[in-house]
Design a protein around this ligand. Sequence first.
Ligand SMILES: Cc1cc2nc3c(=O)[nH]c(=O)nc-3n(C[C@H](O)[C@H](O)[C@H](O)COP(=O)(O)O)c2cc1C
Length: 293
Amino acid sequence: MQADSHSNGGTQSGWIARIRNAPQNSTGNIVMVAVALSIVCSVLVSGTAVLLRPLQLDNEKQNRQRIILEVAGLLDNSGQDASGKEQSLEQLFSQIEAHVVELASGEYVDTLDPATFDAQAASRDPELAVEIPAARDIANIVQRAKYATVYMVRGESGLNTLILPVYGYGLWSTMYGFLAFEGDANTIKGLRFYQQAETPGLGGEVDNPRWRAQWQGKLAFGPDGEPKIEVIRGVVDDRAGAGDGTSAARYQVDGLAGSTLTGRGVTNLMHYWLGDEGFGPYLTRLKATGEVQ
Ligand SMILES: Cc1cc2nc3c(=O)[nH]c(=O)nc-3n(C[C@H](O)[C@H](O)[C@H](O)COP(=O)(O)O)c2cc1C
């Protein structure tokens, strides 16, 4: 065999020998090198993707945890906790209590583990998802999981912070984020998105810290108990005194310049998740049990 393949073309047989004897820049050789290179590269790329997937999932989880801590005011941008100490994400996150809630009833579900329950994946699972009737789908998400993971921070005087996952469509993308409330489940502590693909510099400004800062202290629900918070077009006029509790400014956040549609998406997703289709039944239950005053 060995001798065969090294002898001249007349005695060689088979396709390997034909290729070896062909001129280096023949069409056959070029095609073969291209095909071999593509196979090697695709194996390398897909192998790397498979190998790195657990790491990627872990990073995504850590990013969500960081955003939850930040929106709850337990971690600042420099990675320090509220008292200025450096602590691991895990240590900080251990202060947070997590529950899976059945949205329709507002009851906790003990059979699903909040550490592993993935509402995004569940929203695509026919067993775990519900379709949203078009007339009520103001967040434009078509279907959602029946369950959601909520987070709580308790203090000496009871519930200190309540963090709810919220999401909905902007102009180009579904924006996924967390909304944090004070213990009254009405005064907003913060709103942060951890995944969105709006245009950088336009709708993408939902991630701008200056815009995000405005949410703190705003009220989500009007005096009638209905969701009232909104991203307006233009700048909020708070001359009447945002702190008087009745001014419209308490329910308003500045619009994003040139991005009315993303702003409208944010308003809509807030109203959806705070309404009867979203966390309405859960919030009603928290008030009924006295957990929220
Ligand atoms: C390339 C491009 C990207 C845009 N991206 C966004 C966006 O991310 N969010 C948004 O609301 N509007 C975006 N717009 C603008 C919208 O088409 C629309 O004009 C705008 O939302 C209207 O807001 P305004 O009334 O505040 O100008 C984009 C426009 C262009 C041309």
